[in-house]
Ligand binder design. Structure first.
Ligand code: SF4
Length: 290
């Protein structure tokens, strides 16, 4: 088999999504889809949820060992593979170390409730085994928006889960969704999300502004006039307010969806003034017709 054929033999889809901070990692598919599948805005969870059998995970690791024998980083694929029982995750990480002997770091996506189901002892054991980071979509710090979106978690639960990760020494990278409250709850979304984030210690806050995916429950709500989708400039003003309120430290702030065409990125708190100025400049340019 060619290298390309080998790669194709270990993934279910042609396109693989890895968060920016994990680029360069070997991607190992250990689950498909999301075990929750209910968030009103989400179209990422099209696959039915399933765990890949361990013997198939091992076969894929054998292929990765041929393709990337010097690899030090492993990213476990699936929308929330952290829902797995810790014994199974520890087994997968141990197999990863066996086939990729230089492995140093393991990361994956998780939901907040996946973290809450783990005991402190289990989190510590996973950290010792090599789990270095989780990537978590927290979306909002506003409970009424989280409820409306059927996210299945509250802001207080998010803070609790993230602080327990900090206690275990596991880093976390968060995504939030500017615009998720719609026009009616924009200010509340900004302020309460900043307030929630300020009680945590994220490595990264990645803003991905709301996109209405056709066929999702939120898209239907918007079509029925029950959700007021905001314009890109309005969403950016909301994001500015959230950024203004943030007091997190040692955290990268980024948005790759600004006005649908720009990226802003900077460390908090040091580069907050520059980030705010960049947003002001873009809003001014937008107001004058781009
Ligand atoms: S938890 Fe994530 S992947 Fe699952 S339905 Fe919600 S947004 Fe989608």
């Amino acid at each position: 088999m060619t290298r390309e054929e080998l790669y194709r033999s270990i993934y279910s889809h042609d396109t693989i999504y890895i968060p920016p901070h994990e680029e360069g990692s070997a991607a190992l598919e250990v689950s498909l889809g999301c075990s929750w599948r209910r968030c009103a805005f989400c179209d990422f969870a099209r696959d039915d949820f399933r765990l890949i059998p361990l013997d198939e995970v091992e076969r894929r690791l054998r292929v990765l060992a041929v393709l990337q024998p010097e690899q030090t980083r492993l990213f476990l694929l699936g929308e929330n593979p952290f829902m797995m029982e810790p014994e199974r995750l520890l087994r997968i990480i141990a197999m990863g170390r066996h086939y990729l002997p230089r492995l140093e770091r393991v990361a994956m996506y998780a939901r907040v409730d996946d973290v809450l189901r783990r005991t402190d002892g289990e989190l510590a054991a996973l950290r010792r085994a090599g789990l270095a980071a989780l990537h978590i979509g927290v979306e909002s710090g506003c409970d009424s928006i989280l409820l409306q979106m059927d996210k299945g978690i509250t802001a207080a639960q998010t803070v609790e889960a993230l602080n327990r990760l900090s206690g275990a020494g596991i880093d976390y990278y968060l995504t939030v969704i500017p615009g998720l409250g719609g026009r009616d709850h924009s200010r509340m979304h900004a302020i309460e999300t900043a307030r929630m984030l300020n009680r945590t210690r994220p490595k990264d806050i990645w803003c991905l502004k709301l996109h209405l995916y056709e066929g999702t429950p939120l898209w239907r709500e918007a079509r029925a006039g029950r959700f007021a989708m905001m314009e890109p400039a309005e969403i950016l003003r909301e994001e500015r307010l959230m950024l203004q309120e943030l007091t997190v430290t040692d955290c990268l702030f980024e948005d790759t969806t600004v006005l649908d065409r720009y990226t802003i990125r900077g460390m908090l708190p040091e580069q907050k003034p520059q980030l705010l100025s960049a947003i002001d400049y873009l809003l001014l340019t937008e107001a004058h017709g781009g």
